[in-house]
Design a protein around this ligand. Structure first.
Ligand SMILES: Cc1ncc(COP(=O)(O)O)c(C=O)c1O
Length: 486
């Protein structure tokens, strides 16, 4: 009996009827394509009813359900209450819009169920091909290495870890920081993303070891202040080891002077890491690429394909000039991960030698599909267009007396506010009202001590009418008389 039950295929999760699952699969595909095709007819975002939220308190199901009924549940209770970043009216934070080739590639990747930690298979060659494409894009040498990760927060952490190895030697991996008498210090501007400080925290160097350098009026790192901070740290016996430049700051899209940062890094013998979460891919846009001059001299670059690259989440990436050092920072030996010169265990070095993850999905495939199907030029054109839309929004704000621009528009991000008493409160309310209206979803940030409405135009679907709709809605919601009457 026992033998029989083990031998039976009852435990298999493969469908009893491939005909049925094919039909169901086609319905699921149709639903998602309908969602994208008719995305404009939906609200960008909508408040989640308590009854919907409560459904997700249910315990773990022990009994099976039909795929069709779980899919119905998805359609009714999950899909309508997502973030909304596929919608052209979504302009909050820095969210990409995703695309259909990427979505379909995700399905193929899941079907293949490849583990890209290592071993000898073509999915890893796909990732390596993208590494080569990125080397070429950023003018890195053939010895540079790269890796897909979740996002730029993780890519920045990896960059800091490689920089730490460069400063202290690979022994630090065994002895830990406590064994070192060196007090490492790093530098980034006040406009750098918070994940840079978090990376310092996570790798044990501590947030305080990141010196926050003031930014100038265009939100770029103040180079004289950077020089002074490095000199002061050296006088105090610290060991400056890393400078992080930003290509596209999260608040307003400023680009640090990367050429000067590269020169300072070389002079001071610092690792030069560029956080190019969204901005680095401006290299694909001929009108914007010159603004990134100096990025080709970085030691490492972090970027996300899931932002301006339009690849569905998640698709972060790190590129490291010194591939040997990159590998030395992460590679570990284990008998169960023995490398061979032939068979499935060949193909070393493996991606797990370049980062902390051993099990890794096939993130590269949706990026590969996106680049192949659309082509790099079209992606660059989308990037340029989002910047042109930001300039259109800027012009509309400048031409509207009730509105005030709060920061110079440098790329695709526009920070502004509605004038009025208690402006911070007023603008926070406008943004929450906007979200609940479903018309548009900008986010907020603080600029010069003022709460700003922040529109980051990232999505390839966003057009002038969406930007105009944002302005009209802000004016309608910010008009105190209209608001009182509502
Ligand atoms: C400049 C910058 N760095 C880092 C990040 C973090 O990237 P991720 O959310 O992919 O981890 C962001 C996110 O918007 C960013 O704009």
């Amino acid at each position: 009996m026992t033998t029989n039950s083990v031998a039976s295929s009852d435990a298999s999760q493969d469908p009893a009827s491939f005909e049925e699952i094919r039909a169901q699969g086609h319905r699921m595909l149709d639903d998602m394509l309908d969602y994208i095709e008719h995305i404009r007819e939906r609200p960008v975002w909508q408040p989640i009813p308590d009854s919907v939220r409560a459904r997700f308190q249910d315990g773990m199901p022990s009994a099976p359900s039909a795929l069709s009924s779980v899919h119905d549940e998805f359609m009714q209770f999950i899909l309508p209450f997502a973030t909304g970043n596929c919608h052209p009216g979504f302009m909050g934070w820095v969210h990409g819009g995703g695309n259909t080739p990427g979505m379909l590639a995700e399905m193929l990747a899941a079907g293949l169920n490849a583990n890209l930690g290592g071993r000898d298979h073509i999915p890893i060659e796909v990732e390596r091909q993208i590494v080569r494409w990125m080397r070429d894009l950023f003018g890195f040498p053939d010895t540079a290495t790269g890796l897909f990760v979740t996002g730029t927060s993780m890519a920045n952490l990896l960059g800091v870890l490689v920089a730490r190895t460069a400063a202290l030697g690979i022994d630090v991996r065994n002895t830990g920081l406590a064994a070192s008498s060196e007090r490492l210090t790093a530098y980034a501007s006040s406009a750098a993303h918070g994940c840079v400080a978090q990376a310092m925290d996570l790798c044990g160097l501590g947030r305080a070891a990141l010196r926050i350098i003031p930014a100038d009026e265009r939100h770029r790192i103040d180079l004289a202040a950077l020089d002074a901070a490095i000199a002061a740290d050296r006088r105090a016996g610290c060991k400056p080891f890393l400078v992080v430049g930003t290509a596209g700051t999260v608040d307003i899209g400023a680009i640090d002077d990367l050429t000067m940062l590269a020169a300072i890094a070389r002079r001071e013998n610092l690792w030069f890491h560029v956080d190019g979460a969204f901005g680095a891919l401006a290299m694909l846009a001929p009108d914007l690429a010159p603004r990134l001059a100096g990025i080709e001299r970085a030691d490492s670059i972090a970027l996300d394909f899931h932002k301006w690259g339009q690849v569905p989440y998640d698709s972060g990436f790190i590129l490291v000039r010194d591939g040997a050092l990159h590998r030395a920072t992460f590679a570990s030996q284990a008998s169960y991960l023995r490398r061979e010169s032939r068979g499935l265990a060949a193909g070393s070095p493996w991606p797990c030698d370049f980062g902390p993850d051993l099990s890794r999905g096939f993130r590269a495939l949706k990026t590969w599909f996106t680049l192949k199907v659309h082509g790099a030029d079209a992606l660059g054109a989308v990037i340029s267009r989002t910047c042109a839309l930001a300039r259109h929004l800027e012009q509309r704000i400048l031409a509207t007396p009730q509105l005030e621009l709060l920061a110079p528009v440098q790329l695709n991000i526009v920070c502004f506010r509605h004038r009025g008493e208690n402006a911070d409160q007023l603008n926070a309310r406008i943004v929450a009202d906007l979200h609940e209206s479903g018309i548009a979803a900008p986010s907020t940030t603080m600029i010069g001590g003022h709460l700003a409405i922040r529109a980051a135009i990232v999505n390839h679907r966003t057009g002038q009418r969406d930007v105009d709709a944002l302005i009209e809605a802000v004016l309608a919601l910010g008009d105190p008389v209209a608001h009182r009457a509502a």
